[in-house]
Design a protein around this ligand. Structure first.
Ligand SMILES: [Mg+2]
Length: 199
């Protein structure tokens, strides 16, 4: 199968690195459990435009190197790559492509066919591409993601969705066709089940 896999909060622990930086920079004390919405501006008490600026500042000041892989991701990707075509599908901006490629090569070298960025919320005015469009072009069978917005964008197509559970999506209601996973072991189990439908 062709499997599209999100990067931040699925392959890499973006939130851990982001909150470490944010709390240090702004003298706050937020934890992962505080982040109960995908767009965290409301929780941080800032507008969406400010939130986007802060994200850019985080990447500018930190790069992506401090982001650790999610627990179990490296072993799981290695296993999945034996039988499936894997694609990194991230909403990250194009300016992060080179650093993202380096990060993927460092932790997941050779397991992904391609890295595709959606360039969402970029400051360069370049066009953004939604995950629905990317999944359609790839003709992917499965999308693994944590963002409710991205997940809902692929509804109506042929993509099976696995959502990686996090505080910011756990209260979001999805149709029963969307499967939930707490960790990479569960994701592998769900992909094996999905495979049975394919044969
Ligand atoms: Mg994500």
């Amino acid at each position: 199968m062709k499997i599209a896999i999100d990067l931040d909060e699925v392959l890499g622990d973006f939130m851990k690195a982001f909150l470490r930086w944010y709390n240090h920079t702004f003298g706050s004390n937020f934890t992962r459990e505080d982040i109960v919405r995908y767009h965290m501006g409301d929780l941080l008490g800032i507008s969406r435009a400010e939130e986007i600026k802060i994200m850019h500042r985080f990447f500018r000041e930190n790069g992506v190197d401090g982001i650790e892989p999610m627990e179990g991701a490296e072993e799981a990707i290695k296993e999945l790559a034996r039988e499936h075509d894997l694609y990194v599908v991230s909403a990250r901006q194009n300016i992060l492509l080179e650093s993202t490629r380096r990060w993927i090569n460092e932790h997941f070298n050779g397991y992904f066919k391609k890295i595709i960025l959606g360039n969402q919320d970029s400051l360069d005015g370049e066009e953004a591409k939604g995950k629905n469009k990317i999944c359609q072009e790839l003709k992917c069978d499965v999308l693994v993601d944590d963002g409710s917005y991205h997940i809902e964008s692929v509804f109506g197509g042929n993509v099976s969705v696995i959502i990686f559970n996090h505080p910011w999506n756990i209260y979001h209601r999805f149709p029963p066709s969307v499967k939930r996973a707490d960790n990479w072991q569960e994701i592998i189990g769900l992909i094996k089940e999905r495979e049975k439908v394919n044969v």
